[in-house]
Ligand binder design. Sequence first.
Ligand SMILES: Cc1cc2nc3c(=O)[nH]c(=O)nc-3n(C[C@H](O)[C@H](O)[C@H](O)COP(=O)(O)OP(=O)(O)OC[C@H]3O[C@@H](n4cnc5c(N)ncnc54)[C@H](O)[C@@H]3O)c2cc1C
Length: 420
Amino acid sequence: MSGNSQEVIVIGGGVIGLSVGWYLSRAGFQVTILDRDSSGRESCSDQNAGMVVPSHFIPLAAPGVIGQGLKWMLNPKSPFYLRPRLDLEMWRWCWDFFRSSNKRNVLKYRQLLSDMSLQSRRLILEMGEELDVDIVQRGLVMYCQSRKGLENETAVADMARLVGVEAEVCGRERIRELDPDVTMDVIGGVWFPQDCHLNPGTLLAALRKDISSRGGRFLDAEAVRFIREGRRVTRIVTESEDELHVDQIVLACGAWTPDLAREFGLRLPMQGGKGYSMTLQHPVEQPRVCSLLKEGRVAVTPMGKKLRVAGTMEICGRDLSVNPLRVQGIIESFCQFFPAFKPEHFDGIDIWSGLRPCTPDGMPYIGPLPNTDNAIVATGHSMLGLSLGPVTGQIIARQLGVMDDGPALEVGLLAPQRFG
Ligand SMILES: Cc1cc2nc3c(=O)[nH]c(=O)nc-3n(C[C@H](O)[C@H](O)[C@H](O)COP(=O)(O)OP(=O)(O)OC[C@H]3O[C@@H](n4cnc5c(N)ncnc54)[C@H](O)[C@@H]3O)c2cc1C
């Protein structure tokens, strides 16, 4: 990496903003991370399921999701819901999502997504080593309870090998070998050995500490508008009317990024996809491997002695409130797959909610803002922000002319203006 003394302000201190800030501070930039919520309560990053998943090379917008989503809409405990609202942006997003949910979208992006994920996995392992954060490399199992579910996942495993992701279809015996300590009611699954897991809160804390130790600053303030001179942004104006001088800005505000993109005349279609997580402090059994429960769409992640269970996708604007029925749906699905657990084990547990920044084609927006020479967007990672955080940091560092190692990626496909 080459030296640099430019001032960069990264707006948004979630996993994307921190990953970008980390690579830029290592490259010698004067980094400031600006976030309006220093508690991290608004961020989607601290208490997610902690999975790093090259296995997720199929973008969210794919064949079959619309039909499945419509069926789920009828069940109040299902893992998906779209709350109808009088909001033109939401309906435009739905239309763009509908038009993207096809085989063409999968073929267009699957190789890029897999290349990015595998590169990000390499980077997060390096990051973990440097920051002393434990990253468990035992893979992920997609568990199935139905024959149809296993058939679908077997087809995904075949496609995975085509894009360079390892996958093994497993029967009950093999599953028991992979995770002998837990009781499971499944007929089989697919093991993706390259996937890993970690405690996201620990990683974020380590990134913050390291950025600070390199002279980075953290400001608790909300960016509301920008002052420009020609094609350059020269100052960021905060809600308290402070003006911050800037050489370069990076917009990494997760589900809220469209508000600031609008200041640049850019429509950035995005919806918050709400999900919940719960962390059992003393689980009755502790899996070794992280997993996804196919039919329930629930994520299960061991975190040291604790166990995190997460799920649902509610397209709900920016509402972080907890819907008890959907939470009950997560708990019931989990207990069906892991019968040693009972719903009572979750009594009184804290429920965390976060908004995944979801784009209509399931791919992030990474790249320069149009008509501006010193502003870059890094957002829209949907279900993959932790997985793709490091590679996003690397891409931004490259776009700023530093950090030229690693494979070439076709990042033009991620241009923020691709929906016009
Ligand atoms: C239940 C659940 C489980 C998940 N599990 C996984 C997983 O296992 N693996 C994975 O890869 N991903 C997972 N995800 C997705 C992942 O959490 C997100 O993709 C990721 O957190 C998005 O990060 P971000 O930095 O873009 O946004 P955020 O973390 O939401 O950060 C955005 C920040 O911007 C700040 N902000 C917004 N507007 C402004 C402004 N105007 N001025 C200043 N600050 C502002 C906000 O306060 C916020 O802190 C999961 C998500 C959920 C909900």
